[in-house]
Design a binder for this molecule. Sequence first.
Ligand SMILES: [Zn+2]
Length: 74
Amino acid sequence: MSYRVFSRTGDRYLGNSNTREVHDLIHEDASPRACQIDEVIAAGYAVGFSPDTLDQAHVEGYDNCHYCIGELMR
Ligand SMILES: [Zn+2]
């Protein structure tokens, strides 16, 4: 399942429910126009996944962020 989050929760994966992309916070790219995690959270689009795995994000319909994960599926 996925659920709304309103801050960095300490989980590894964070989704953007607007773009349907998932980010790997361990490899977050903080450059401008890359992951924009803080902007995603501020806009209210941040989601977490349970379990906190890339596979679960894919099951929920999220595709990989180009910057922090790569290997886009679509
Ligand atoms: Zn990213």
